[in-house]
Design a protein around this ligand. Sequence first.
Ligand code: MBD
Ligand code: FE
Length: 289
Amino acid sequence: MSKDQYLDEAPAAATSGNLASQRFAERVASSQGDKVVDTERVDLLAGRAIKALNDIIIEERVSYDEYNALKAWLIKVGQDGEWPLFLDVWLEHSVEEVATSHREGNKGSIEGPYYVENAPELPWNGTIPMREDEPGTPMKFFGQVRSTDGTPLKDATVELWHADSDGFYSQFAPGIPEWNLRGTWVVNDEARFEMHSIQPAPYQIPTDGACGQLIAAAGWHAWRPAHLHLKVKAPGHELLTAQLYFPGDPHNDDDIASAVKPELMLDPKPTEDGKGVTVEYDFVLDPEA
Ligand code: MBD
Ligand code: FE
């Protein structure tokens, strides 16, 4: 391989990181045009964050070497486009907790950096877009969408996106067709859905980017357990963003993104032919206040 060819191959971390940063910026630009700055909140939150870091520097006697290592690392997070990854892995779970603690229905879980809006629409029992030879264990996932009072929500949609059997997401990792393993199911008149896909593999934070560098330097592990991402929408109800997990994954108890909750654990059953799994899970949405 010539040097030029080598340079064409951007590192995996920077490829997915920069795409995640770009997509996030586009979503912000299209949705937040009219928001005004709340000076009091910025003063409070930015002030507290800066103070917390100063306290750590004083209490832990941080050296110039350590300060410069931090500076270099923060610059690299930006260069690798890994701010979405860093924030969603280490902070989003607390934001999600604050946002959904009032709910009587499903509380859900974090969105993460790899959501793309407007995934292809499918009938209530449709098959997710996938490659002809998509590797992985076939999975049938069915259930119903209801309101907290038990009413079936017949106008609901269920979006599903997940990694492939190598742990990679379409539209972020190279070489995977657009919309692969991403779809939007329209429920039937009993508010039921039956989604056909494959089981995702666990996800590893890229080892060649700034987040991977931090993980290695701190002696942490880089894994999220295998998971399904979902967004469940129905008119007059709060949007549910959730993740669901598979029992037995080695990282269900120490997810690097702290996003596993006991009520999000699936109970997959082998299909009759023994080749796939069937899982059932119902979603309960809170009416909008
Ligand atoms: C993921 O796939 C994910 O779901 C989160 C929250 C962070 C990094 C990668
Ligand atoms: Fe994910």
